[in-house]
Ligand binder design. Structure first.
Ligand SMILES: [Ca+2]
Length: 438
């Protein structure tokens, strides 16, 4: 019986391998709370990121790339589902204190499952933040391998979350190992590439950097199990220097991964994508944009976005078309030779041709965080902040005023009215949580 099964598998192999040699490997790297101004290729004068700069200089550097959320979990839900995060019920942070039993529904069709269906070897290393119990683990959402943490942040050395829970996992079991998490994530990536290089692979790296706590390789661990402790006392850390170092160590990891691909002669057939999950916390830089993490002004969601694939994507191009996190799933599926079935009803779109230089006029785009929300159509952006008596409505024209300094609402009442209408319709539509059809 066993022999028959093995023979059966062997006879199927040539068929299943058809096309696989031409599929690109995809490596997706996401920083945590890295603002628009957080890399040297996006204007930082104090943080040196030569490896990401090189990818930007010889690939596509997006100046209008946006996280779907203004905070962590929502952006990750949009990334995994290819839809506005409200549709999967993850409109806010899945907090370590109050949401320990919830997570992204297993009935959602995720990016991991999509790529698995296309024959990819899949892994996610680093931050998940889409559910604490083992049943919500990435290995149950299409990823062959998971190593990392499931909360919003851990002590970079002791791997303890801000509520005092130990939080380092191998697959869906808690298992510790020594190391600084940014290095562990890079090391796991290198090991995965070595082990899985014979087949097309889809590798997701969700760094903790530069989210608090501010710790580089030398900053001692401080959290203890059983005791909530968000960030170390400010006076004990040179915050500016450590913050820069955290990003530079992540960049060094990008360099090691590119080096590994070159060593294995995989560079030509590998797409590397880099972005952030939301705007900066107070230690970071929005590059002059208004607002920061947790806000729907540009600073809260316009982030670095870099795409690099030698010979396939333009070299040294600046892409000015809006791209959102939710576009990555359909784009990766398309590059992997698949098609999105109509029944999925994704909000994200395949942006491959946009990255190659096509001009695209997008449907209106929306952001929502708490009682604040925003709608964008072309270069017009409506921002609504506060609730009831504190409600404030602003209108900006991003082409002339990317930093949202001049409120044009009183001069353009018709535009305000149109965008308000679109926003209200959208809010009603996505408020009904419904898993992607299976
Ligand atoms: Ca974040």
């Amino acid at each position: 019986m066993k022999k028959q099964i093995i023979l059966g598998l062997i006879s199927l192999l040539p068929i299943s391998l058809v096309g696989e040699e031409t599929k690109p490997n995809i490596i997706f790297i996401m920083a945590d709370d890295l603002g628009y101004g957080g890399l040297s290729c996006y204007g930082s004068e104090t943080i040196k990121t030569p490896h990401l700069d090189a990818l930007a200089a010889t690939g596509v550097r997006c100046t209008d790339f946006h996280s779907n959320g203004a905070v962590c979990s929502p952006t990750r839900a949009a990334l995994m589902t290819g839809r506005y995060q409200q549709r999967s019920g993850v409109g806010g942070v899945i907090t370590a204190r109050n949401h320990r039993d919830t997570g992204l529904a297993l009935s959602e069709w995720t990016m991991g499952e999509a790529m698995k269906e296309l024959g990819y070897e899949t892994a996610l290393f680093g931050k998940w933040h889409l559910g604490y119990p083992a049943k919500f683990n990435p290995v149950h959402q299409g990823f062959d391998e998971f190593k990392g943490f499931v909360s919003g942040n851990v002590d970079y050395h002791r791997h303890i979350d801000q509520e005092g829970h130990f939080d380092w996992w191998k697959q869906d079991e808690k298992k510790d190992e020594p190391g600084y998490i940014t290095d562990l994530i890079t090391n796991d990536a290198l090991s995965f590439i070595d082990r899985r290089k014979e087949k097309p692979f889809f590798l997701v790296l969700h760094h903790g950097a530069p989210h608090y706590p501010l710790q580089d390789r030398e900053t001692p661990g401080f959290r203890v199990i059983g005791k909530g402790n968000r960030d170390q006392p400010k006076q004990k850390v040179d915050r500016k220097a450590v913050y820069a170092k955290m990003i530079e160590i992540m960049d060094e990891g990008v360099g090691r991964i590119v080096g590994k691909l070159e060593e294995l002669k995989l560079r030509e057939n590998t797409l590397i994508v880099f972005c952030s999950d939301n705007g900066p916390a107070p230690d970071g830089s929005s590059g002059g944009l208004r607002g920061r993490k947790g806000q729907v002004f540009e600073g809260g969601h316009r982030v670095p976005g870099i795409f690099h694939w030698p010979g396939q994507l333009p070299k040294g191009k600046v892409c000015k078309t809006p791209i959102l996190t939710m576009d990555l799933l359909p784009t990766f599926v398309s590059l992997g030779g698949g098609e999105i079935e109509a029944k999925r009803k994704l909000d994200g779109i395949d942006v491959t041709e946009v990255l190659k230089g096509s001009v695209l006029s997008r449907k209106p785009l929306f952001w929502k965080h708490g009682s604040s929300s925003a709608a964008r159509e072309g270069d017009w952006k409506l921002v609504v902040t506060g609730a009831k008596k504190k409600k404030q409505i602003m209108l900006f024209h991003l082409d002339n005023d990317r930093n949202e300094t001049v409120d044009l609402s009183s001069k353009n009442p018709e535009k305000v009215s149109r965008l308000l209408g679109l926003l209200e319709s959208w809010e009603k539509e996505v408020a009904v949580a419904s898993p992607v059809s299976q």
